[in-house]
Ligand binder design. Structure first.
Ligand SMILES: [Zn+2]
Length: 279
């Protein structure tokens, strides 16, 4: 969850040529050497800015080419001339980095192609994501529009500190287990905390986690029953170990890790988990 390793860029010029040349060899748009050089400069600036907006990402020299670059993304779709780029990027992760559970079927433009047409087919601007996350994010431009808040974190470029910042709050009301995730760490830098909180909120993750939590806990029922029979203390230790084990695979701020960590510290749950999940 949160971040993934970026794939190699591949041959950017070959991708560009494929995007702007029809199968019969005719040019959709004949890009001049100056435009091509400017586009490479934009790509380099994007990396240098860690994917954050910058005025020079839309230089005047690319005003004519921009609409063609924007439309070139159509070739990244299934059956398009750049469909292999799509397949390569989607194959890089089996879980959407925005939510940590959805199947990546879309490519999200971190900086939206409606504004940043130059970056429409740039691999580092294309984040594998599930459709609900992609649809919920829409055209968030970090920092450019107050309505967009601080923006989402960049799944390729964000350097996350090695601290626990995702916390799960456990409640039990009306005979049902309630779980609410929040960003909470005194050691987290304020700007980053704001982005992570915005991401939780914008993608409606607390609502969308509910079904995943039920499924996840029902898969753990047999083991939970066994350890709970031995005693609450051992059961709490077991949950803590499960959290550590999953942390090794998914990171310490994965939602499953935060959930198990919170459950292991919840005395009532460890004493009588059957009240919460019908063990
Ligand atoms: Zn997702």
């Amino acid at each position: 969850m949160w971040v993934i390793t970026p794939q190699g860029l591949g041959d950017l010029d070959a991708s560009l040529n494929a995007a702007l040349t029809l199968a019969n060899g005719a040019a959709v748009y004949a890009m001049s050497p100056a435009e091509r050089a400017a586009l490479h400069t934009v790509y380099q600036l994007y990396d240098a800015c860690l994917g954050q907006p910058h005025l020079d990402l839309t230089p005047n020299v690319l005003d004519t080419a921009r609409p063609y670059m924007r439309s070139a993304y159509d070739q990244v779709q299934i059956g398009g001339r750049l469909a292999t780029l799509r397949e390569r990027l989607l194959a890089s992760t089996d879980q959407c980095p925005y939510c940590g559970f959805g199947e990546p079927r879309d490519l999200d433009h971190y900086l939206p192609r409606s504004v940043f047409g130059e970056l429409a087919i740039y691999p580092r601007n294309l984040i594998p994501s599930c459709s609900p996350c992609n649809n919920a994010k829409r055209t968030v431009v970090p920092g450019l529009d107050p309505a967009h808040g601080p923006g989402l974190i960049h799944a390729y470029f964000q350097d996350l500190p090695d601290i626990e910042f995702l916390k799960a709050q456990i409640t039990f009301e009306g005979g049902a287990l309630g779980v609410r995730f929040r960003i909470d760490s005194p050691d987290l830098e304020a700007d980053l905390a704001a982005k992570l909180e915005f991401q939780l909120d914008r993608l409606k993750l607390n609502e969308r986690f509910r079904g995943q939590i039920n499924k996840f806990l029902s898969e753990q029922r047999t083991a939970m029953r066994m350890f709970n029979e031995i005693g609450p203390e051992l059961f709490a230790q077991y949950l803590g170990r499960c959290a550590n084990s999953l942390s090794g695979s998914f990171g310490r701020n994965d939602w499953r890790v935060a959930l198990l960590r919170a459950l292991s510290e919840h005395q009532e749950f460890c004493t009588a988990p059957d009240l919460y999940i019908g063990v």
